[in-house]
Design a protein around this ligand. Structure first.
Ligand code: C5P
Length: 234
């Protein structure tokens, strides 16, 4: 039985106003709000402050990836807006992740905040990796990245449902944040997908869900149905 709501709704909308309206309407059925690159590079980080006012944790999917000093500065600034979680690519390396953790904790002051390592995007499969010269499978890469993320004191890792077990074995204390959640066969641009209950059964700590909720004809009803389906599972 699931008690705490593990659904993080990805508010991938065009304007801050649209994001706030969506967040308000689905708030009773989700545990947290996520904003990504579209809102951060459009309306900007003020969107975080507005979402924080709605009373749920805000996940800032900034996907930081630069030299450590720049990532440290960005993480610190995002934390001052009230980000509960900020993402940074594990591919940026150990020193960059450590700098992100340092910047975030300074910006958050006493508030709870954590860096989440982005492992292998759920839109990529083995063939995409081969094309950019990486011969390892997504699973192998995620295992290695888990060890780096945990050593750098990240709170969690973003991975597909298919790699949760690998993360748990490589770094048992890392929480897993799982995008690529789909209710049926329609996968949009995602490759490594799972249903909400399957991802939870595999041990996901949180489910990151965008279009299955925000592009539904009735987003609150869609979010409610997913939350209901998770609560009714043993
Ligand atoms: O609409 P959909 O459910 O595919 O949205 C998934 C969300 O999770 C998007 O906001 C996307 O940026 C994010 N994400 C992802 N894969 C990752 C990390 C984040 O799809 N590896």
């Amino acid at each position: 039985m699931v008690n705490e709501n593990p659904i993080i709704v990805a508010l991938d909308l065009n304007t801050a106003a649209d994001a706030i309206v969506m967040a308000t309407s689905v708030a009773p059925y989700v545990g947290a709000f996520k904003i990504g690159l579209g809102l951060l590079h459009g309306p900007g980080p003020g969107t975080i402050d507005a979402l924080v006012q709605l009373g749920k944790p805000v996940f800032v999917d900034a996907k930081l990836h630069d030299i450590p000093s720049q990532v440290e500065a960005a993480a610190e600034r995002l934390a001052t807006h009230g980000a509960r979680w900020v993402t940074a690519h594990v591919g940026g390396g150990f020193d960059m992740l450590e700098a992100a953790v340092e910047g975030l904790s300074r910006g958050a002051a006493q508030a709870e905040a954590g860096i989440l390592g982005v492992s292998v995007l759920t839109s990529l499969d083995k063939f995409d990796l081969e094309r950019i010269g990486i011969q390892r499978s997504p699973g192998e890469l995620v295992g290695k990245m888990s060890k780096v993320a945990t050593a750098a004191q990240c709170e969690g890792l973003i991975c597909s449902a298919h790699e949760i077990n690998t993360v748990k074995q490589a770094a048992p204390s890392l929480k897993t944040f799982v995008p690529g959640i789909r209710l049926g066969s329609h996968s949009d641009d995602q490759s490594r997908t799972a249903t909400p209950s399957d991802a939870l059964a595999r041990g996901a700590s949180y489910l990151v869900i965008g279009r299955p909720i925000i592009a539904a004809s009735d987003p609150p009803a869609a979010a409610n149905a997913i939350w209901h389906s998770l609560r009714s599972k043993e």
